[in-house]
Design a protein around this ligand. Structure first.
Ligand code: PMP
Length: 365
C-alpha cells in the first residue's frame, strides 16, 4: 500500500487512523452484524453515533447550549440559499418585504453566496476585497436595518483567510467556515450562525453543519420548504428525514481523532507550522515562486502560489506527484498551484512539499 500526501482542496485527506477504523468495522459495525450503512438511522446503534457526534463537536468548538447544532445535506450551495431564507427578516407588516442581507465579498464563495441571496431579496455589499486581501473593519458599510452580515472566513480558491472577526453591532453575524473550521479556536458568541461542509476538516462530502443561535431559528417565512428551514432540523434533532448516516459516522471518528490529537489548539499549531513551511519557501525564492495574497491575509489552509515560468507548471505537478505529493494544481478559475494543508495532512507532508519546492527551484531557477 502506498498512500500519498494529499493536498486536495476538498474532498480531501482523512486521518489514516479514521480510514483504518472504517475498514475494521465495515462489515460488522460494533456487533450489529451489518455495516453502519445498512442500519436504520433510528436504530440505537446509529442514534448513539449521531448524538455523540453533536456533543463532541459542541465540546471541540466550545459551543454553548444557546446554539443548536444542525446536521444537513445539500452542501455549501444549499446554505447560500438557506441563510437568506432563514434570516431575511420581515421589515414591515407586508411579509413579502424582507430586510436585506449584507455581504462582505472577497472571493469566489462569498461572491456566490451574495449572488444567491440576491435572488431571494435585497442585499447590500458591506465591502469588497480585491482577491488579495480582506476588507478591514473600518471599511465595512452595514445598513442599520440589515437582517444579518455574512462573510466567508477562509476563501478556499484564492487562499485568503480573515485575520479578525467583524464587529457588526446588533446585526447578527454569519460565517461560512467550510474550509477552516476546527483549525483555530474562535468565540462563537460573536456569531449568530456559522456553517460548514464536512468534506475538508470534518470528514466526507454529504454532511453540512450549522450552529445557529436559538433566537435566529424560526424566522423563515411560512411558505419556506421544510427542507430549507433550519427550524425543521432543530426541532427534530436533525432527524427530519434520513440523514447522511455514513458521513455522520465518519465525522464521529474525526471527532475522536481530533480529541486524541489535542483538539483545536493543537490543530492551530500544526496549521501554522505547515503553511509557514510553504510560505517560507515562496518568500525565500526570489520570485521563482510568488503568491498574490497579502501576507496578513494568507490562508493557513490553502497555500496558493505561481511559478514565475508557467511553462514549468506541468513538470512541477508531475515531479511532485512522482514523490507522492498529490493534487497541488490551483483552482481552474485562477490557475497556479494550491496546496491545501487541512487538519489530516501531516506536518511531514508539508515539509516534504517544501523540500521538493526548494529542490525544484535549485534545478530550474
Ligand atoms: N464555501 C467554501 C469556503 C468552500 O470551500 C466551498 C467548496 N469548496 C463551498 C462553500 C461550496 O461547497 P459545496 O461544494 O459543498 O456546495
Amino acid at each position: 500500500m502506498s498512500r500519498c500526501f494529499n493536498f486536495s482542496a476538498g474532498p480531501s485527506e482523512l486521518p489514516l487512523e479514521v480510514l483504518e477504523q472504517v475498514r475494521d468495522e465495515l462489515l460488522d459495525f460494533r456487533g450489529t452484524g451489518c455495516s453502519i450503512m445498512e442500519i436504520s438511522h433510528r436504530s440505537k446503534a446509529f442514534t448513539e453515533v449521531h448524538n455523540e457526534t453533536q456533543q463532541m463537536l459542541r465540546s471541540l468548538l466550545d459551543i454553548p447550549e444557546e446554539y443548536d447544532i444542525l446536521f444537513m445535506q445539500g452542501g455549501g450551495h444549499m446554505q447560500f440559499s438557506m441563510v437568506p431564507l432563514n434570516l431575511m427578516a420581515p421589515v414591515s407588516a407586508d411579509p413579502s418585504r424582507r430586510g436585506g442581507g449584507c455581504y462582505i465579498v472577497n472571493g469566489t464563495w462569498s461572491r456566490k453566496a451574495a449572488h444567491e441571496a440576491g435572488r431571494l431579496g435585497g442585499i447590500s455589499i458591506a465591502a469588497e476585497g480585491d482577491e488579495t486581501n480582506v476588507p478591514q473593519q473600518q471599511d465595512l458599510r452595514i445598513p442599520e436595518d440589515a437582517s444579518y452580515v455574512y462573510y466567508c472566513d477562509n476563501e478556499t480558491v484564492h487562499g485568503i483567510e480573515f485575520n479578525y472577526v467583524p464587529d457588526t453591532g446588533r446585526v447578527p453575524l454569519v460565517a461560512d467556515m467550510s474550509s477552516n473550521i476546527l483549525t483555530r479556536p474562535f468565540d462563537i458568541r460573536k456569531f449568530g450562525a456559522i456553517w460548514f461542509g464536512a468534506q475538508k476538516n470534518f470528514g466526507i462530502a454529504g454532511l453540512t453543519i450549522a450552529a445557529v443561535r436559538h433566537d435566529l431559528i424560526g424566522r423563515a417565512p411560512e411558505n419556506c420548504p421544510v427542507m430549507l428551514d433550519w427550524k425543521s432540523y432543530s426541532s427534530k434533532n436533525s432527524m427530519l428525514n434520513t440523514p447522511p448516516t455514513f458521513a455522520i459516522y465518519i465525522a464521529n471518528l474525526v471527532c475522536h481523532w481530533l480529541e486524541k490529537q489535542g483538539g483545536v489548539p493543537e490543530m492551530a499549531k500544526r496549521a501554522a507550522e505547515k503553511s509557514g513551511a510553504l510560505y517560507s519557501v515562496i518568500d525565500a525564492s526570489d520570485g521563482f515562486y510568488s503568491g498574490k495574497v497579502k501576507p496578513a491575509f494568507r490562508s493557513r489552509m490553502n497555500v496558493t502560489f505561481w511559478l514565475k515560468d508557467e511553462s514549468l507548471n506541468d513538470l512541477f505537478v508531475e515531479e511532485a506527484a512522482a514523490l507522492g505529493l498529490k493534487n497541488i494544481r490551483g483552482h481552474r478559475s485562477i490557475g497556479g498551484m494550491r496546496a491545501s494543508v487541512y487538519n489530516a495532512v501531516p506536518t511531514e507532508g508539508a515539509t516534504q512539499l517544501a523540500d521538493f519546492m526548494k529542490d525544484f527551484e535549485r534545478r530550474h531557477g
